[in-house]
Design a protein around this ligand. Structure first.
Ligand code: GDP
Length: 364
């Protein structure tokens, strides 16, 4: 490019511009932008206040629903305050859905089942929300349950809403966020809330404490040990569903179901007045899906009639209050500067063997 054609700033000697250390280069001529919208600065996300959020949730506006859940998942002090106001305002519209927990080891077929089951429910005229509880996801830098390719058909449905596991934090933190998300989805008019979790022991216990019905998805041909399923976990399930009962696997699935039926004669039911059900299904071939729904409807009717349904919900609320209070107390305790200082010195003393753990604990 000819230097003469370059427009120099005022301070550059026009006849000898090269004497300056900072040379002025001719730029490339800008091409006209074909996409006018793209040339505009990206519009900043509109700020939503508490009223906007509440109205959006009650209107089942999915964009606002997503924003409300993001607010709930935030740990910033200001966001927490706002989230509490939103929750308070929507509370009268919550509680009407049936909350179903679905657990199983990776590969058991949870997402395949949730997709088939969710689509089946939508066909019956229900609105379905899927939430995931997977505290381990943050450790691996991505959610196993958050993979976008999972439940692709269900996610495209107008009457579905899928939210991956909130990232970051302890099981306690993830549990709090999931419980609040359940309330938000209920206020938005979802009739069935599916809470999915990976079976690792403690996740199931946490999910059991927030759902009405707990379904454990299993596969035949792998012993309990292989599936990492502890006896305690089987005991909190309202149904064991042996998945992949298709093709050559049907006989094996039926055999496994019979074995569990035998074993259940000696185990306690998870819900008073409800015999834990053992069934087979094929999430892939979509067989046994209607039976699962009939069973859950039956459970709802039975436990509502006996009062067990309401009782469990009240107990769950009470234990939630306790859990949150304990979290607050622990938080306050560890945030206290005196305690953090003391902890530092205690750490040194313990490591050097000069202090007994019981003494240290007394000091704290
Ligand atoms: P998740 O990890 O528990 O969510 O399991 P996925 O739903 O991702 O399923 C794991 C694998 O099992 C996938 O390859 C599925 O296609 C397969 N699968 C799931 N359900 C069935 C079933 O009912 N029958 C058969 N044969 N395969 C299944």
């Amino acid at each position: 490019m000819n230097k003469k054609s370059i427009k120099f700033p005022d301070w550059v000697n026009k006849d000898n511009p090269d004497v300056y250390a900072t040379n002025v280069m001719g730029g490339v001529t800008e091409q006209p932008n074909l996409n006018k919208d793209k040339s505009k600065k990206r519009k900043k996300k509109q700020e939503l206040n508490v009223d906007d959020l509440v109205k959006g949730i009650l209107d089942n506006n999915k964009m606002i629903l997503g924003r409300a859940i993001t607010l709930i998942e935030s740990s910033s002090e200001e966001h927490r305050k706002m989230a509490k106001l939103v929750l308070k305002n929507i509370l009268p519209n919550t509680g009407k859905a049936i909350r179903i927990g679905i657990s199983g080891v990776p590969g058991a077929g949870k997402s395949t089942l949730i997709e088939a089951f969710g689509l089946y429910l939508i066909k019956q005229g229900f609105k379905v929300a899927v939430l995931a509880v997977d505290p381990s996801s943050s450790r691996f830098g991505g959610s196993i349950l958050g993979d976008k390719t999972r439940m692709e058909n269900l996610s495209k449905e107008e009457n579905s809403f899928i939210r991956p596991s909130p990232s970051g934090g302890s099981l306690g933190g993830v549990t709090r966020k999931s419980r609040e998300s359940i309330l938000i989805c209920e206020a938005a008019g979802f009739d069935v809330i599916l809470v999915e979790t990976v079976g690792v022991g403690q996740n199931e216990i946490a999910v059991r404490a927030m759902v009405d019905f707990f379904l454990l998805l299993m596969i035949s041909g792998a012993g309990d040990e292989l599936q990492g399923i502890k006896k305690g976990v089987i005991e909190i399930a309202d149904a064991l569903i042996i998945n992949k009962a298709d093709g050559d696997n049907i006989t094996r699935a039926n055999l496994a179901a019979n074995e569990y039926r035998q074993a259940f004669k000696y185990l306690e039911n998870a819900t008073k007045g409800w015999n834990t059900q053992i069934k087979t299904c094929s999430a892939l071939k979509e067989t046994g899906i209607d039976e699962i729904w009939n069973m859950i409807s039956d459970f709802e009717k039975t436990t509502k009639n006996s009062g067990v349904f309401e009782e469990r919900r009240k107990d769950q609320q009470l234990s939630w209050v306790k859990a949150m209070t304990e979290n607050h107390i622990l938080d306050d305790f560890y945030k206290n500067p005196k305690i953090s200082k003391l902890l530092l010195s205690i750490e040194k003393e313990i490591k050097s063997g000069n202090l007994l753990p019981t003494e240290a604990s007394d000091m704290l």
